[in-house]
Design a protein around this ligand. Structure first.
Ligand SMILES: [Ca+2]
Ligand SMILES: [Ca+2]
Length: 293
């Protein structure tokens, strides 16, 4: 009985402390079909999209090849369709690894991660044209092409919100970009973005971190942090009010510097339901009563 009682007491303490566990969803692209079954690939223009490959990822695992797909001629947002999220339940962290090309121009994204209103066609992390989405996101993009022979290139971080009302094209609002920082060309980086819905209407707090993982994707180096900063403007009310949002990413090769993506994840702490707390209290009371006998 001792073990059982300890377990019950432990559960009671867990419930009382209000600790939540994290519901982690992850995609390593090692299984054929990971990209096309778990994501809707929504194009701003053209057809096709990102391409899953069987190697070239971290540890030479399966991955998403950006150079073989959309860059330059297409503009693709991948929307994770396995699960929707409610920001009222707590902060959401999106994460994906990206390998930086050694040559590229500026003008578009290395990697953008965000929460979007829907998985359907037209729901992309961009404004104008065919895009009809509400979203809250953060992105990394190059401010210049690498100089000849350079081993690093300059990038910035920027928070971007988008809103489409009544079927109109998405309008976007950008926070001020960060100061430029250099990334090592050819290295893998794990980019993570935390999005929190604030009590203030239409307001989000967005922060991020970027972990250098070395050329093999397995050697952790420097970590950069961004924010936290507030996003609250005319492009945030509809995504703020949406209780079914989806994780999404977007990026470009020749104009953004993205070579390969790997290890997508989305996670949200699951709040402890009130009934769990009551159950925990009941378990503790039960344990105490047995001990008194
Ligand atoms: Ca992989
Ligand atoms: Ca929705």
């Amino acid at each position: 009985m001792r073990v059982k009682r300890t377990l019950l007491a432990g559960f009671g303490l867990f419930a009382l402390s209000g600790l939540a566990y994290a519901d982690l969803q992850s995609v390593d692209y090692n299984t054929p079909g990971d990209l096309t079954t778990k994501f809707n690939l929504n194009n701003q223009t053209g057809t096709g999209g990102f391409t899953q490959t069987t190697n070239g990822g971290i540890g030479d695992s399966g991955a998403v090849d950006i150079t073989a797909g959309p860059s330059g001629t297409q503009d693709v947002t991948a929307v994770y369709n396995v699960k929707s999220y409610n920001l009222d339940n707590g902060p959401i962290r999106l994460s994906q690894a990206v390998k930086v090309l050694t040559q590229y121009t500026s003008g578009d994204r290395l990697l953008q991660l965000g929460l979007i209103d829907d998985t359907a066609t037209g729901h992309q992390l961009n404004g104008g044209g065919a895009a009809i989405a509400d979203f809250i996101s953060a992105r990394l993009y190059p401010t210049a092409a690498p100089a000849a022979g350079a081993t690093t290139g300059p990038f910035v971080w920027q928070v971007q919100a988008g809103q489409s009302t009544g079927g109109a094209a998405t309008a976007t609002s950008n926070n001020a970009a960060s100061a430029a920082f250099n990334l090592i060309l050819g290295d893998w980086y794990q980019f993570s973005v935390d999005i929190t819905k604030n009590a203030t209407p239409s307001s989000f707090t967005v922060s991020g971190l970027l972990q250098d993982l070395g050329a093999d994707g397995l050697t952790p180096g420097t970590t950069l942090t961004f924010g936290p900063e507030t996003s609250s403007n005319t492009s945030t009310p509809e995504i703020y009010a949406d209780t079914t949002v989806f994780g999404a990413y977007r990026g470009h090769a020749s104009t953004g510097g993205a070579d390969t993506y790997d290890n997508f994840s989305i996670t949200q702490p699951v709040p402890e339901p009130a009934s769990f707390g009551l159950l925990g209290l009941a378990a503790m009371a039960f344990g105490a009563r047995r001990r008194r006998k």
